[in-house]
Write a protein that binds this ligand. Structure first.
Ligand code: NAD
Length: 288
């Protein structure tokens, strides 16, 4: 059976580092980093995530508050609220919790956050910096995959890396982060499956990262022997959570594999907090 790549273990190390850094910054500057999470008509799944976010922020000494807006809010009122948070010097980072009501575009909402307060690294300016290889504030889930690869000391240079899923929050930024480390990177998506080329691509992957959202889409028998498999997908299936990869069969062929849940998930929230800490340090440089 493959080695389990556990996000919690990697997250614990990051937690200790961040806790020390936040404590020293807070002591030196007499104020702490502050995250504001904007929610619109918060649903049950989002509220579970927000509770765990608040708990982690508290452990690290980062301020955390939810700005809950009514479900019937119009885009202009949302933008006004974000402008207020942008202008508030006590706010370090802002994030917008999905899902948003129909009629409000996530891209437009995220673009209205100042890049210097963009806690999730989803503002076009921060995403663009990843292309230049100089992104410091990167999307948390994509970065969580990289942290796992680093923590488990997986070599990337010259390796065949295959990313399945090309969303702006996971697949696309992740492919650029892999390229930065000189992996030979292929990105597959729905059209790869339509063209019946998904299996061939998976079979040659030395590093495989899947972020689709379809239970057990990737068959265990497709996995290249010794491959490293990171499964980002979270799907509710007959009351249990499963990933996008057939875990049991894939685990017999891979050298490393993430469990679902317990893989990238626990790291994602820690990386959100690291982004807030980075934004705080950056903001100190421009203070009088
Ligand atoms: P998305 O819906 O924005 O994108 C899905 C991607 O999968 C698209 O690129 C699409 O082309 C591709 N796709 C769909 N069907 C396919 C198929 N049959 N074959 C190949 N590609 C196919 O999804 P997302 O927001 O990137 O999220 C993907 C998954 O990751 C979801 O399960 C989500 O819950 C999970 N997720 C987990 C975390 C975490 O912290 N663990 C964070 C974000 C997302």
């Amino acid at each position: 059976m493959a080695i389990l790549m556990e996000g919690r273990v990697a997250a614990d190390r990051l937690r200790d580092l961040l806790k020390k850094e936040v404590a020293s910054l807070t002591a030196k500057h007499k104020r702490r980093p502050e995250l504001r999470c904007v929610t619109i008509g918060c649903n049950a799944a989002a509220s579970v995530y927000l509770k765990s976010q608040a708990r982690v922020a508290q452990e690290l000494g980062i301020g955390h508050a939810i700005v809950d807006l009514p479900e019937e809010i119009r885009s202009d009122a949302l933008f006004a609220e974000i402008a207020r948070l942008n202008a508030d010097p006590s706010v370090t980072g802002i994030m917008i919790q999905c899902p948003l009501p129909a009629g409000i575009s996530l891209e437009a909402a995220v673009s209205s956050i100042l890049p210097a307060k963009d806690a999730e690294g989803l503002h076009p300016e921060n995403l663009g910096r990843i292309i230049l290889g100089e992104g410091r504030i990167t999307p948390c889930t994509a970065q969580a995959c990289m942290e796992l690869l680093h923590y488990y000391q997986i070599p990337l240079r010259g390796k065949d890396a295959v990313v399945v899923g090309h969303s702006s929050i996971v697949g696309k930024p992740l492919s650029l982060l892999l390229l930065k480390e000189f992996a030979t990177t292929t990105v597959c998506h729905i059209a790869t499956s339509e063209a019946r080329r998904l299996e061939d691509n998976i079979r040659r992957a030395e590093v495989l990262i899947v972020a689709v959202g379809k239970p057990r889409l990737i068959k265990g028998e497709w996995i290249r022997p010794g491959a490293v498999v990171i499964d980002v997908g979270i799907n509710k299936c007959e009351d249990i959570l499963v990933g996008d990869v057939e875990f049991e069969t894939a685990g017999k062929k891979a050298s490393h594999i993430t469990p679902v849940p317990g893989g990238v998930g626990p790291l994602t929230v820690m990386l959100l907090m690291r982004n807030v800490c980075e934004l705080f340090k950056e903001s100190l440089k421009t203070e009088p």
